[in-house]
Ligand binder design. Structure first.
Ligand code: ASP
Length: 436
């Protein structure tokens, strides 16, 4: 019998997890059983992905950069990457604003439901606001300071410091290019080989993925909040999912235009990473899988994918940006506030910056949403309104976040290939033969 492809196995794991979760909600012992005996396997899966994130970034980024022969190529690639990331984010926020202004999901929420929702989630929302307040209180250049670590061992000891590790890896890779090749040879061989070992570890972890997602989804179902409250937020959820779907369609079109690769090739290549993103709600945890898929299945050469993707996981969150626009305007609508054009344009700016600042972890989007709300003069208490459905929507926006990163890495790969750089020392063009 033909071996089942990975994305099918993951999909089956997800479906069985949902069914199992629903079955267990019918039993008194169901919730405890899942949290004692099933949930730990989901946690183990996420931990094992996170475990490999920092070593992967270090090894693949150092390898990718040291494969380049000159630094001008790196700065060119960096420039295109950042500009493309910002453009896609602004497009995402704009799509969000258009969709939410056309559908107007906030108008369907009655005064009564609003009070009920705010009452139910007030304390959760307060917690998020406190976290956001700490972020807001820092100076304008704090984000820049945060990129440069004062201690690499300390930086590498926390997945939240991914940008710091990226900074160190880039510096390390550049310095390797700058010293004579015979001096850098041993360290280059070390990183090449380390990289191979880490990629193998990812393969091994992915063998466990179907079971991991089963556990994650079964847990999600038994821990889901009250269903009647969820129903009142249905139109808001549909609006957001519609906006996110439009973005995915846009990515497919962009990939086709820039690289000539069809939807089937692109979506099939990235699907397993999307499923892991959905199940874990974290772009950072998904990064190892995204890197594997983009490199091995979408054919983007490692020097590009290893540079573009880790940066993208931390700063490019199109799904989160679109969500912020929709959530902010939705809250304003429920409170009966009419946002001026100026306020909506302000949302484009703050949502773009907030999505860049959001960490690649579950619920990061709702924390930075506070910043968008306060800039636009929308009551922060409105956060409590959308809390009930935030987790499932987080799962959906994380899919878009990693798909956006994959799209940009394909564009950058094409750009690097087009700029026809003969100085890349390890091969032909930036699309290599792929596994399929
Ligand atoms: N969970 C998202 C991510 O990791 C961030 C968010 O909360 O929007 O990409």
């Amino acid at each position: 019998m033909k071996k089942l492809e990975l994305h099918w196995k993951i999909l089956i794991g997800m479906a069985l997890g949902v069914v199992f979760g629903f079955i267990m909600t019918n039993f008194d012992f169901g919730k405890d059983f899942i949290s004692d005996w099933i949930k730990p396997f989901g946690t183990i899966f996420i931990n094992s992905l996170k475990l490999i994130a920092i070593p992967l970034i270090l090894a693949s980024l150092v390898k990718g950069i040291s494969d380049l022969k000159d630094i001008s190529k790196l700065s060119q690639m960096g420039g295109v990457t950042i500009v493309t990331y910002i453009i896609t984010t602004v497009i995402a926020v704009s799509i969000g604003l258009i969709v939410v202004n056309v559908i107007k999901p906030g108008d369907s929420i009655s005064e009564e439901t609003r009070i009920e929702l705010i009452g139910a989630y007030e304390s959760d929302a307060d917690q998020k606001r406190e976290v956001a307040a700490n972020t807001k209180n820092s100076g304008p250049l704090q984000a820049l300071i945060d990129v440069v670590p004062s201690n690499i061992v300390y930086a590498a000891s926390n997945n939240k410091n991914m940008l710091q590790v990226i900074f160190f890896a880039i510096l390390f890779g550049i310095s390797m290019i700058l010293i004579p090749p015979n001096n850098s040879k041993p360290i280059k061989e070390f990183f090449d080989s380390l990289n191979k070992v880490i990629l193998k570890i990812i393969d091994l972890i992915m063998l466990f993925a179907p079971y991991g997602v089963f556990a994650l989804l079964a847990t999600l179902i038994v821990e889901a909040p009250q269903w009647d409250l969820l129903k009142s937020l249905l139109l808001y959820s549909i609006t957001l999912i519609f906006g996110l779907s439009l973005l995915i369609i846009l990515y497919v079109i962009i990939v086709k235009i820039f690289t000539g690769k069809g939807p089937n090739y692109f979506l099939k290549g990235i699907l397993p990473a999307q499923l892991v993103a959905f199940s874990t709600s974290s772009s950072a945890a998904t990064l190892p899988v995204t890197m594997d898929r983009v490199h091995n299945h979408l054919g983007v050469k490692e020097e590009v994918s290893s540079f573009v993707l880790p940066i993208g996981a931390t700063i490019n969150m199109d799904g989160t940006a679109l969500y912020q626009a929709i959530a902010a305007v939705f809250i304003a609508q429920t409170f009966g506030l009419d946002l001026s054009l100026g306020a909506q344009l302000g949302i484009i700016l703050t949502a773009t910056l907030a999505s860049i600042g959001a960490a690649a972890v579950p619920s990061a989007g709702i924390i930075v949403l506070v910043i968008v709300l306060s800039q636009a003069g929308i009551p922060e208490a409105g956060l409590a309104l959308i809390f009930a459905v935030d987790r499932p929507l987080d799962m959906c926006r994380t899919i878009v976040n990693i798909t956006g990163d994959a799209t940009v890495s394909m564009i950058v790969a094409k750009y690097v290939e087009k700029s026809g750089d003969p100085k890349v020392n390890n091969g032909d063009d930036n699309y290599k033969n792929v596994k399929g």
